[in-house]
Write a protein that binds this ligand. Sequence first.
Ligand code: KE4
Length: 427
Amino acid sequence: MSDGDNQKLFEQACQLIPGGVNSPVRAFGSVGGTPRFISRAEGCRIFDIEGKEYIDFVGSWGPMILGHAHPLILDAIADTLKDGTSFGAPTVAEVELASLIVEMVPSAEMVRLVSSGTEATMSALRLARGITGRDLCIKFEGCYHGHGDSFLVAAGSGAATHGNPSSPGVPAGTATLTSVVPYNDLEAVQTVMKTDGDNVAAIIVEPIAGNMGCVLPTPGFLEGLRDLCTQFGSLLIFDEVMTGFRVDPGGAQGLLEIEPDITTLGKIVGGGMPMGVICGPSQLMENFSPTGTIYQAGTLSGNPLSVAAGIALLTQLRDCADEIYPALEAKGKQLQDGWQRALDGHGVAHCWNRVGSMFGLFFTEGPVNNFSDASGADEQMFRRFFHGLLASGVAIAPSPFEAGFLSMAHSEQDIDHTTSIIEKLNL
Ligand code: KE4
């Protein structure tokens, strides 16, 4: 292990893997520089191949709510591993995890397990389209629902509410079935529903957005979506891949007491192993094959190792919720107060959005209520902040359009240490 190993390995990786990474955001495209190749992680720290350690606020993009390499999760996987890795047949543990999810997620009566958040949202939209017999869907600018064709869509120009592909390879015919409107803009949704409501299968939304930084729903926004879906017979899909079990044991729908028709989950539900979930009322979920005719399948769906990790983590979050979620809120407040004070000391314009241990820091006066607001933040300042922290042993997401996460493994001392680092940064 020596300095420069990350760069050397990155050059080698780029010969073999597009951009040297298996998911684009990891390539540091938004911030420049060399991605750190991580060799191990423990608690709130990650360690790269040069032996450098970082206090980590990415947490593998959300799953690590108890911290990395938590013994409860590692032991659950190890215990399962000795019996094999995959059977392609139902297992007791899948029933146990389904029961846990139904118990914790207010709107869930039945679940279907898949292997990623993308699979979950793709399947959820197909379910909504199959049930309603309608083709259109509405999504929100700045919300990310994985890389399914129907979601890689940019807002249509001007009056044309129907979307255009935001990626090559997405057929125009597919993109035009998705309308993209600004987050928190209920009037824009009402306009679309007025003309197309009877053809809208679903409105899909991150109930607390985490893919344009962290952006909160303004009062009445989600309630308005709920009412519009009920009025027009469309289905409301809460994409809780990030917020599920993060902001509350019952996710955003538990915290905000709004019931969607269909919920998608990921990240935490798999304890850091590949997992996605579609869940909701039985009378909707039973439309999935084989009880219904809407096809959905997966070789590794309900994988024993992922399910074991998910059971271990959700059980801990359920049983210790009264300790865990207040503690995560306290950690989040400590972080926000400290970083706010340090950045004020630098005279840097910034604002925060935060729900418990999920946060967004924007280098703009704010408020930030949608993607346009988030896009107005100072990206050069973000880059300086990102690299100043990284050089000082603190890892935040390598993009201004990502949320940050705290875990139970971040101690008060760890958080104070990051604040003292920011005080000394050259911004
Ligand atoms: P995956 O297919 O990456 O498991 O989940 C897609 C997805 C769906 N819905 C929401 C709300 C999500 O946040 C995600 C994935 N989140 C990103 C981070 N913003 C994953 C990181 C990455 O793409 O590498």
